[in-house]
Design a protein around this ligand. Sequence first.
Ligand SMILES: [Zn+2]
Length: 327
Amino acid sequence: MKCFYCLQDKPPNKYKKREHVIPQCLGRFSPDNLILYNCVCDECNQFFGDKLEIFLGRDSYESIERKKHGIEPKKPLKNKRRVKSKIIDGEWKGAIVEEAKADKPGEIGISYPIQAGFYNKFMNEYIYYEPKDIPSAEQLEKEGYDLKTAKMFADESELPQLIEILKNKGINISTKNDLIQPNPPVGSVLVESEVIIDRTIARALSKIAFNYLAYVAGSKIVLRDEFNGIRQFIRFDEGDLKKYFSVNVSPILHDNQKIQKFNTQITQGHLINVEWHKDAIVSKVSPFNSYTYAVLLCSNYNGIWYPIKSGHYFDLTTREVSKQILV
Ligand SMILES: [Zn+2]
């Protein structure tokens, strides 16, 4: 029994964990999330969960989308660094926000991490910094900041710590008069997010694509040498990301008009497909039918051609999986 990620021969007792094509951080579906049996070893399965999927599920564009659908992680991730969001309008313009559980389905809640905002005379607005990003007083003054007052987001227990950090930067906010502790806005706010799709996120999404090919074509096929590039990229972080992974390609629905006609309600779910492009095999993955990512699984297949064209839709409303016939 050979694992198609690490290529090691291992005994059957090393294949006890379930390898899902769609990771459960993107929801649980009926009858299942498409399961691969006896072809991804427990060590690789564990590695993917700990090193890739945790970040796809909790520190990515998809982690914001999952909140909208009420798919809450058991624990949020500390030290998120791939999503930066801020309020872009009104009294709290510039304040840093993080996604949080929403009150209603379809909405995204927000929370306020500890931060200090200083008024910038040149820009005529407050700019906010999380403790780890606060520049020195000297730097801030050079850039036109007024350091006499600060707007803080911190609760009672966190405030002394924040004041201490500011002090270490040469910013002396000591009296209560120097602080403005804004009450967070109520109701809806307009938020702008900057999302980084790095190698970790690209590999997590590529794994969905490669797993899907294994599910559709069988695990023997994906053991072939032509797939060594994508395999090494996903499992061992090797190779050029751009060679394998593209962001924001044309949507799957655009490619496959028949799906669109077949079911006009396909908007609230994940879409995935795989097909030939001459000798290459390409899979598109579109979590939440939002961004669409393309993964080049192999560019020069040398074996005997056989049909692999396939697509699946994971409905987030009914939580059911359906296989679609593609044209
Ligand atoms: Zn393995």
